[in-house]
Design a binder for this molecule. Structure first.
Ligand SMILES: *Cc1c(COP(=O)(O)O)cnc(C)c1O
Length: 422
């Protein structure tokens, strides 16, 4: 569900005319819907009415302060994977007590920063990290609350680049070493074991992988409790998928997902953390681009637009499909087009073999489901200016990240002194 709807022939973001936005801001730009963000957060939260659940929005999906603050306002926590994301979460008003820190490569500096912020917990991904966190915490005179991210060796049935819970992935502590790692953690100073953590992948479109993983976690919980550990939190990760294309089978509903968690952990007495990213933000954004020109080739027809893989990496990175529609429908005949950007890479495409009416130069296209892993995965390759982000709320809108100027991005670089002419 989202709040980008057509009124007669024109696309609106809630009650804002997308064409008027484009005239005001220039293209390309991302446009996010507050109502959609709120709806996704609230639906998931409400699905868990029976349980104590803390939704820790996964900041990497969409890291804009305006988006995080919208969720903070609803009571969301955050899942962060770097000091930069932790700073964003705190700046956006998320209380430290609702922030969890994941990731395989936390540095000593990042651990120190997070300990001083007093975050809810570190999700520790290896024995070596346990030992280092223990040292850093001891040096700071602090105690780090920890969960171990265990790798349940489950095939999430998703794209190989976003599968994280198989034995060959770099994430988490191997299942067979989980109990020994908890025993080790219990001996280290500066650490307090509070929970178990998993995250098996992203864009998961069936419940079965979750069921398999959660069942293993329940088993581990029992063993750890028997071994005398006081496990009070279960962080079940994110990963619930969303529909991208009109033909996609609907992924499991938040209610089905919540029922599964309730069935397996309802009696555990543990506080549940969830780390959804895509589910909250994915459908809450579009990328608006204008047509530079069309090019009819011998083998293919191309629509060349001013957005590119620098704004939307997912098609070339994961072979992902994003729906593309004209912002204003015209009656032109349909043809089959590849929609491509100006970047000098063959992989720079946004959609291939799409039926679209022949556009004119300057016509606007909307690319859907660009609220997650779009702006946050962006780059400035080819010295492009990062596209601005706009947040709409009913009939209001605000630019929540401005388009930089060329001088801004060039100011960080310099020609070395030895090349400067006297
Ligand atoms: C990326 C990530 C998430 C969010 O995944 P989604 O598929 O966007 O829900 C949650 N937890 C961790 C540890 C992650 O790396």
């Amino acid at each position: 569900m989202h709040h980008f709807n057509r009124r007669e022939d024109r696309l609106f973001a809630e009650n804002v005319d997308v064409t008027a936005l484009a005239e005001h801001i220039g293209t390309p730009f991302y446009c996010y819907s507050t109502a959609t963000l709120r709806q996704h957060y609230t639906r998931l939260k409400d699905a868990f009415a029976q349980n104590e659940v803390t939704i820790c929005y996964s900041v990497k999906a969409n890291s804009n302060l305006g988006v995080i603050a919208t969720l903070a306002d609803l009571g969301s926590g955050a899942d962060v994977v770097s000091e930069g994301e932790l700073r964003r979460a705190l700046l956006s008003g998320i209380p430290a007590g609702k922030i969890v820190f994941s990731g395989v490569g936390k540095t000593e500096a990042e651990m120190t920063y997070a300990l001083n912020a007093d975050i809810a917990q570190f999700n520790v991904e290896s024995r070596a990290e346990l030992e280092q966190l223990s040292e850093v915490a001891t040096k700071q005179g602090k105690t780090a609350r920890i969960s171990l991210r265990v790798n349940p060796d489950i095939d999430a049935g998703t794209h190989e680049k976003i599968s994280t819970g198989k034995a060959e992935n770099k994430f988490g502590i191997a299942w067979d070493e989980a109990e020994a790692s908890y025993a080790k953690a219990a001996t280290l100073p500066g650490l307090e074991i509070v929970g178990i953590d998993i995250h098996i992948g992203s864009q998961i479109t069936e419940l079965t992988p979750f069921r398999n993983a959660f069942t293993k976690v329940a088993d581990l919980l029992e063993k750890l409790t028997d071994a005398g550990h006081n496990i009070t939190t279960l962080d079940l990760g994110g990963g619930l998928g969303i529909p991208y294309g009109p033909e996609d089978a609907p992924p499991p509903s938040p209610e089905d997902y919540a029922n599964l968690i309730d069935e397996i952990f309802g009696d555990s007495g543990c506080r549940i953390f969830l780390e959804p990213g895509r589910l909250i933000a994915g459908n809450a954004g579009i990328l608006v681009t204008s047509v530079i020109r069309t090019k009819k080739g011998e083998a293919k027809n191309f629509i060349i637009v001013d957005a590119a893989m620098t704004e939307l990496m997912r098609p070339t990175l994961y072979g992902a499909y994003h729906d593309i529609q004209p912002v204003i429908t015209n009656g032109n005949v349909q043809d089959v087009w590849d929609v491509v950007g100006p970047v000098c890479e063959t992989g720079d495409f946004l959609g291939s073999e799409r039926s679209l009416p022949e556009p004119q130069k300057g016509d606007l296209l909307a690319i859907f489901t660009c609220g997650a892993y779009s702006a946050s995965l962006g780059s400035s390759y080819n010295t492009r200016l990062s596209a601005p982000e706009v947040l709409v709320d009913n009939e209001k809108f605000e630019i929540i990240r401005a388009r930089p100027q060329y001088d801004d991005i060039l100011a960080l670089e310099k020609v070395p002194d030895w090349l400067k002419k006297a």
